[in-house]
Ligand binder design. Structure first.
Ligand SMILES: *Cc1c(COP(=O)(O)O)cnc(C)c1O
Length: 395
């Protein structure tokens, strides 16, 4: 058995072991199990030789500290990446990753199923820098070859999309992109590194919103960018040039969340699946969109590329009046209505993809609701939803 401090370099087989041991060095902290919160800007050098050697692991707080570094070590190990950069939010991970591989005159192809702020970044920021974008059908797969242009430098994927849950054929997209020198980026927030390993499937850069499953308690923000060796220097440089810094307090909460990620994900997976199956039989429900259900249109790709499923899925309800929708959502006892997800508490929120989609217009009748299944009693959650759906049906 390697010493705890050697675990990161010994590549343990089980993710559970990585999650519990990687990034912790109790010997450096008087034996305390967890790496404490480091708060600090100035880091002192013992002497001129130490200053000039540039060998000190930490030289200035903005570049990281032991609390932020442990998060990067854990995620690097989980993703099988060259290295990982912690940034202040999921959206910052997306913007830094995109800026790391795009310059004026370049084009980025973005999945039509992307998280809406990702789209807005292309529309309102990249465009100002002379970086163009096109949105593409999330189910395009190898067909991406037909839309790649002379200036295409990056393909942004999100699989599954976090509102509409299309699974992208990442290996097919990467097989087209790689020989052309085009970078493939993925927002892997839904599956976490436990259930989907995009670098092994050909992606170059993997983004996580740590705010969601890593933190797991709806009480902190963060994002991670993990890259292969080729893409890493640009990611690290871009983060440094932009001056993003994640504080030790946030990093501590992310690390604490990660320690229990495996047990939480197993529990979320089982509960979300149980709820999705239960909803499939409900008269108010037109269809459930959950990649792990055989009814999902991309289920075959899901089974091929993912080893498990997350807490989040959607259901399309048969059309009803807006008043009925309000009666449903305004009177929920346990399900909260709010953005974000990944905490211990269940959430239910309506979303309208019609207003967002452009490459493949969303034409489906009915109301999409997105559910995150937390850790309340399943019977209590079902009763809450059952009563809500009765109100929706005007009963
Ligand atoms: C929430 C979310 C983000 C953004 O994360 P923040 O930490 O809120 O900035 C990005 N991608 C996906 C898929 C998300 O769900």
């Amino acid at each position: 058995m390697p010493r705890k401090t050697d675990i990161a370099s010994s590549h343990p087989e089980a993710v559970e072991t990585t999650l519990t041991h990687t990034g912790r060095t109790p010997d450096d902290h008087f034996g305390f199990v967890n790496t404490p919160v480091y708060r600090g800007s100035t880091v002192l050098f013992k002497n001129l030789a130490a200053l000039e050697s540039e060998q000190q692991p930490y030289v200035y707080g903005r570049a990281g500290n032991p609390t932020t570094r442990q998060v990067e070590e854990i995620v690097t190990e989980l993703e099988g990446a060259h290295d990982t950069q912690l940034v202040p939010s999921g959206l910052a991970a997306i913007t830094v990753a995109l800026l790391s591989c795009l310059s004026t005159g370049d084009e980025v192809l973005i999945t039509d199923s992307a998280y809406n702020p990702t789209r807005n970044f292309a529309l309102q920021f990249l465009s100002r820098m002379g970086i163009t974008h096109r949105f593409y059908d999330p189910r395009i797969g190898a067909g991406i070859a037909d839309i790649i242009g002379e200036n295409t430098r990056a393909i942004f994927t999100e699989s599954p999309g976090s509102v509409t849950f299309e699974i992208q054929d990442l290996p097919a997209i990467a097989a087209v992109a790689r020989p052309r020198g085009i970078k493939v980026l993925i927002d892997n927030t839904w599956a976490t590194p436990l259930f989907h390993s995009p670098l092994k499937l050909g992606a170059d850069i993997v983004i996580h919103t740590a705010t969601k499953m890593f933190v797991g308690h709806s009480d902190a923000f963060g994002g991670t960018i993990s890259a292969n060796a080729e893409s890493w220097p640009d990611v690290a440089r871009t983060r440094a040039l932009l001056g993003f810094f994640t504080g030790g307090d946030e990093a501590f909460l992310i690390a604490r969340g990660l320690r229990t990620l495996a047990v939480r994900m197993k529990e979320h997976e089982q509960r979300a699946l149980e709820m999705a199956k239960w909803l499939e039989g409900h008269p108010a429900v037109k269809r459930v969109i959950h990649p792990a259900l055989p009814s999902h249109p991309d289920h075959a790709i899901f089974k091929r590329d993912f080893s498990g499923s997350g807490s989040l899925f959607a259901a399309i309800l048969h059309p009803q009046s807006h008043d009925n929708l309000a009666a449903f959502l305004d009177n929920m006892q346990l399900f909260g209505m709010g953005y974000s997800w990944g905490g211990y508490e269940s959430l239910c929120i309506p979303s309208n993809p019609t207003r967002i989609r452009t490459a493949v217009p969303w034409a489906e009748d009915g109301t999409l609701i997105r559910l995150h299944i937390g850790f309340e009693g399943m019977g209590d959650l079902k009763r809450d939803l059952e009563a809500g759906l009765d109100r929706y049906l005007g009963k």
